[in-house]
Write a protein that binds this ligand. Sequence first.
Ligand SMILES: [Zn+2]
Length: 1132
Amino acid sequence: MNQNEIKTTPPGSVIFCICALIFFRFVLSANLHGGTVVASYPFDDSAAHQSTGHYSPAADDALFRYLALVYSSNHPVMKTGNPNCPEYETFKDGITNGAEWYDVPGGMQDFNYLYGNCLEITVELSCCKHPPADNLPKEWSMNRESLLAYMEKVHIGVRGFVKEAVGGAALINASIVVKGIRHNLTTGMFGDYYRLLLPGTYNITAVAPGYISMTVQSVQVSEGKAAELNFTLASTNSSANEADSSVEHTTPVLPTRHQPLQPQEFRHHNFADMELFLRKYSTDFPSITHLYSVGRSVEDRALYVMVISDNPKVHELGEPEFKYVANMHGNEVVGRELMLNLIEYLCQNYGTDPEVTNLVNNTRIHIMPSMNPDGYEVAIEGDVQGYKGRNNSNNFDLNRNFPDQFVSITEPRQPETIAVMNWLRSIPFVLSANLHGGSLVVNYPYDDDKDMLTQYSQSPDDEVFQQLARAYSQENPMMHNGHPCETLYRDEFFTDGITNGANWYNVPGGMQDWNYLHTNCFEVTIEQGCVKYPWAKDLPGYWEQNRRALLQFIHQVHTGVKGVVSDIRDGTGISNATISVQGIDHTVTTALTGDYWRLLTPGTYSITVSAHGYKPGNTYATVSKDRVEVVDFKLTRLHSDAKGPAHSGPQPTQNPSEKEFQSLIKELSLGQGLDQLVKNTATENSFRYRRYKEMSEFMRGLNRNFPKITSLRRLGQSVEIRTIWALEISNQPGEAEPSEPKIRFAAGIHGNAPVGTELLLEFAALLCINYGNNPAITKLINETRIVIVPSINPDGREQAVEKQCTSTQGLTNAHGTDLDTDFFEAQPETRAIMDLIQEKGYSLSVALDGGSLVATYPYDKPVQTVENEGTLKYLANAYARYHPKLHLGNSGCSNNGDIPVGVMRAAERQSHMGSMKDYSMDFGHCPEITVYTGCCLFPPAKQLATLWEENKKSLLGMLVEVHKGVRGVVRDKSGKPIAGAIVLLNGGVRVLTGEGGYFQALLEPGSHSIEAVAEGYQQQRQEVVVSSYETASFIVIEFDMDNSIFGLPREFVVASAAASMTALVVTACIIWCVCAAKSNHQKDGFHRLRQHRDDYEDEIRLTSMGSKKSLLSHEFQDESESDEETLYANKI
Ligand SMILES: [Zn+2]
């Protein structure tokens, strides 16, 4: 029943009932009577007390009729309206208004409605008031459906909480006012309320004395589950008029002559100081702030972002996301301090200042005070025009470090840049400003010109950008004059204080253009003053000059057109639908939830929306100044009956559970997600060591108890004929699910180190026990194939002795072979494991061992360079960082000293040939990390509980980790999957596509190149950006040419002029471009190439997948961009 209460009461102690219904805050009730068969609803009496025939409607009359009908329509006799009682009364549809039937003053149902928060109807169950006992079964069967159906209705309408805006405290007895229904409810002791309503659209207001009331317009109530609607009310200024608690008030009560509080903290904040400031504000204003980091700088400083909004942790449907990014150049510090001032201003004035309250309630404002915290630390106060601290600590200018549309940026992409790129792709930002110093002007796209000339480089949205730029400059008393720094640059002049970027000077690789070209966000760059690092005493002046402009710019996010694109059939939002505006060659796409924002200048526009699988929608919208026009689209499916897409072959499709899973991975990767999971899955267990027999029983027991999610396999037998077990845990155990990532956990290769075995057994138990109980574990198992091999060397294990921390007894198998140095040698145990590794399809393997405290990554063999060392190290790190001791790097073991972050390349620890890890790398195409769980090889059993606590989070963490990186499908143009294609990662590491053409590979966060090669096909290359907290990007690699029918190499086919049309076009294009360059027709050459790119992108948009759609199209843009760069490089 959740928190909704329902009651059914026979008439009883009146006093008790009155108290009870006020105390328990019932929502829905039925009062069961006898004498006839009908459901009667309020009111029971009227002011006239006319004895009968007078319909006395309650304010919720329609709802009461509906509720009464729910009961009667499920009752076989009542619904006829003709109960055939001695009085021969009939009731249309088996329901009646109480007073219309007969006037009952002092009835319970009316009291419930008028004085409680409860809706009650009175049900007369049978003609006979006291029927014989043997009639009771029949009565039950007639009323059962009605009782249940009625109870379900406690969940309709709207429900939620009313809280105090600043501290988040529950507001008790706040009134919930629904416009048009003169009946208000009040909130309970948790600020909770339940407002039953019929489906429809309502304007709902929360009112509490002493607070500014809040109205939410157009709340959609659908059939079934209640809509959730939470209110956060800001208290009125104490000096203002007494708040009017009258329920008629649905607009905020504005305090008279209100003056917002101005910031008090004007000083320079170094990193530590800034960090404290941010933490303090996020602690002091928990209900409107959310502090997070998008990544780390080169010197490992967090790139903090403070969100300020009424629901700061989540994207709210229809609420735009806004951002300010400051201090990208470390020595340009004004923006950084202004951002801290702005945080202070928004927090301190929320709930008292109407403008701030309104902005915070209706916008999700993200503030990054410093994108280059390393540079800041070396910059010097008083620097006017200098460069010290401008770049990041690898000495790269971050505002020249983004991919550019015209030139190839060859400098390595910096961690700060990658973090910001990932951030911008993960949130549907609408509007942004990049804050700089050294001049006084707003600079808008494009920042560079295709010929690198200082001339106006117009974007398709030039008018919009000018409007946005002016919104800022006009509010800055100095900027709009257009003479920025007369003492420094005498002749510089910018009309209105704004400039096109390239018209000022070319900035290739800048952030603002990337925002516009690769996300839905419009960004401008604001130079906030001529002095880059002013003296602290001047800071109040900067605030004074910029405070109005900073707010005015945020208001711009509420202009243009916005709305939701949804499926007409079920109303679900359609993500990645494309919104195009006639006459403007720039589209935006819908967010995951189907909502979109399109900034536009005033005027009338023809707007078209298109989404894969749907008929396009089109409408006209008139945009006016300073407000946003809401335009929703409801789209119809192209093939309403077809279940799958028309395309043959594997076609990734979007479904809600996929979206849900993506957010689960994110949740578990960020913040406290994983800790919460560890906490929620705590189980009682008295740990002990299990020898072979007991272990085998345990494995069989898991399989017997959880047959639906486990499959137990014998991989082979040891020398002494002990079974080597593998337990697969999956929602479809034993069946191939090639699209899901597969992870392997193995332990006990050395029989004298059995801790890993016990940890894996407990891990397997945890997963099985929580399946179906814990939603996160359930989803992880549904989406992952988990294979657990607890003991590779059972014979050795039988020989080993507890509490022997260093003994080698049991280390080898029964042939005396160390399986981890002679893995390739054909021992029965290794042969069994080799077969498992050879099955391929594994994306990650985790081996547990003992005798040290470190996580190692490949190779064990002495090799000089490891191609994907970054990724391998990242994976070992992923385990170590969740482990309370490992990541500290101080093992405390005698055999190894300090190991930075507890991770090292295996060969550095103890180099040897023939290891399982190396076999997995070279023959299984699967990275394997080895975790040494503690110094003692065979610690006493009483330490097992602690060891489990230490490793539990890491083990769970690896289940999350295996969903990252990149995954996808390789197929040909006809949609036929290509199994056995080689996918080359960053030009080195290979993975093979399996069944269905699927592949998956883990990669460290950052950008990577992916190439696919298959016999008879043209090589395909793409670029992907991998995030540390998002699920793997799903890419579709489609080979567009299949020459295999000729049975000849491609070169020969082309040379013999028998190539397909596609090949001709491609070849012609390349030749033409080269020629064009030679004849100096650069412009046209570009045009041609870009055209080609756009065609490609459209195709990709159609084939890309799910919520990753938007990410994907960007990745493809990146890819095509790099192709373009390559061609360009060839050209000159
Ligand atoms: Zn700058």
